[in-house]
Design a protein around this ligand. Structure first.
Ligand code: PLP
Length: 477
């Protein structure tokens, strides 16, 4: 078997990227020709390096055209500038880093975020020493602008809103939040990583979309992921700033060594041209009219999925979606993690969300345009999954395990203790040859994690990833 044959064999064990049935992690526009163009562009530029725009000017051209396209979508003023990053997390990291470094006078900087803000903001807090002040959202899962305004103070370098939030798919009241930030002279970042490329088209289709773009005064930067609803290959997001002065602290230059003067506007230095060219090729091929049509398709799918959930007595929509993300919860008749496993076993990958701040566990669906072709199948799979979950009964976590986990301080646990916990939780088992085996059904694991503290969830999953990520002796070694 040659390398490519082996690669395809390995890939067969992964989630499908195409087909519209994988409702997290991937986004499918459903056009095989567009996908082919994207793949060819990635391949053609896989060896090119966007580190130096004078050496690879074609990549600079493509980046500037992508920012220009996004600027129109986001109602940006003529002063807008932007950067192509590797993904939503990097765009958010840079927004936080830039905000921090715009205020060197503040010794202990903070940022005010809604409690529903993406975990990438907590990562940025961790990396850059900017404390995140997370403000509880309202009963509609939208940020509470008055509560956020009340905690903006002299240490605040950034205020954040989502359009929409990942977990619930609703748009925060951006106008009020940005006004509060502006009144305090503080930057306001809108995380439109998942909504930025689709909400402008939703508005053009006549759907109700509250204001969230640069048209809102006080919004200083916006992140939008092209590797989500621009249906581009993985590896790009855009970070736009209202003007060049706002972006300036993001640049890094170093002549403090004997090599080339390093000059970067992202966390990466060498940057593959592949994702940039792939994104440019897909955006150019689909074009504005194509995205409008795809938005029509994805919202048709969203509406049908909402109806299918409403028609299931065991399920309830957590909140009416503002965008393309649907979240449902279950009643006592069926377990949400079992419904998840049952949908997965029927070829529908959906994502479980653990209980958080008084809200019960839920199930997340990022709907794609390509999902629309399979809605009858989805409705049947959902009905069957609820029935199967009802018949399977509740997932019972052993009382001793619950008490054990509640009593443990994750910070004080040894590696050996984590080995024991991982085995007891079912997260990892050992197969006959001694290698780790992933669980086939996640419901028992999720039920256990659901009862654990946030610190214990994080520690257990870190230990899990640590055990997975170990050298092996395949053909590459
Ligand atoms: C996906 C997402 C991110 C993070 O993006 P990555 O590309 O996964 O790094 C941030 N915010 C929101 C709202 C998202 O949906």
């Amino acid at each position: 078997m040659n390398a490519l044959e082996r690669l395809h064999l390995l890939q067969a064990g992964d989630l499908p990227v195409h087909g519209g049935r994988t409702l997290a992690y991937v986004y499918d526009g459903g056009d095989a020709e567009v996908d082919r163009v994207g793949r060819e562009a990635v391949a053609a530029y896989a060896g090119s390096n966007a580190l130096d725009p004078t050496a690879f000017p074609s990549l600079l051209t493509m980046e500037n055209e992508l920012i220009g396209f996004a600027a129109r979508l986001l109602d940006a003023p003529d002063t807008v500038v932007g950067t192509v990053t590797s993904g939503g997390t990097e765009s958010i990291l840079l927004a936080v880093q830039g905000a921090r470094d715009s205020r060197p006078d503040i010794e202990r900087p903070t940022m005010v975020i809604p409690s529903t803000a993406h975990a990438a903001f907590h990562k940025a807090a961790h990396y850059f020493g900017v404390r995140a002040v997370a403000v509880p959202v309202g009963p509609d899962f939208r940020a509470d602008p008055a509560a956020m305004a009340a905690v903006i103070d002299d240490s605040t370098v950034l205020v954040v809103a989502s359009a929409p939030s990942y977990a619930h798919g609703v748009i925060d009241p951006v106008s009020e939040i940005a006004a509060a930030a502006s009144a305090a002279g503080v930057r306001c970042h809108v995380d439109a990583c998942i909504g930025g490329w689709v909400l402008p088209y939703a508005a053009r289709l006549g759907r109700p979309v509250r204001k969230w773009t640069f048209a809102v005064e006080g919004v200083t930067s916006i992140s939008v992921d092209t590797h989500k609803y621009a249906y581009a290959p993985k590896g790009t997001s855009l970070l736009l700033h209202r003007d060049a002065a706002l972006r300036r602290p993001q640049f890094f230059a170093s002549a403090a060594w004997p090599g080339y003067t390093m000059l970067n506007q992202t966390t990466q230095s060498t940057r593959s041209g592949g994702p940039i060219a792939g994104t440019w090729a897909v955006v150019t091929t689909i074009g504005d009219g194509g995205y409008l049509r795809l938005a029509g398709e994805v919202f048709e799918a969203v509406d049908r999925i909402v109806d299918a959930i409403a028609a299931e007595p065991g399920l309830r929509l957590v909140v009416a979606p503002d965008s393309t993300l649907v979240t449902f919860a279950t009643d006592d008749s069926c377990d949400p993690f079992t419904v998840t496993d049952e949908l997965v076993s029927r070829g529908w990958y959906v994502q479980p969300q653990l209980a958080f701040e008084g809200q019960p566990a839920s199930v997340h669906l990022s709907v794609s345009a390509a999902t629309r072709a399979h809605l009858d199948d989805f409705t049947v799979a959902l009905r069957e999954s609820v029935t199967a979950a009802r018949e399977a009964g509740p997932v019972v976590v052993d009382d001793d395990v619950v008490a054990f986990i509640a009593a443990l301080d994750p910070a004080a646990l040894s590696d050996a203790a984590f080995d024991g916990l991982l085995a007891a939780s079912g997260l990892v088992g050992a197969s006959a040859d001694g290698s780790l085996e992933l669980p086939s059904r996640m419901a028992p694991v999720n039920a256990m994690l659901d009862l654990a503290s946030t610190a214990m969830r994080e520690a257990l999953l870190v230990a899990f990833l640590d055990r997975l990520s170990r050298p092996s002796t395949g053909p590459a070694a």
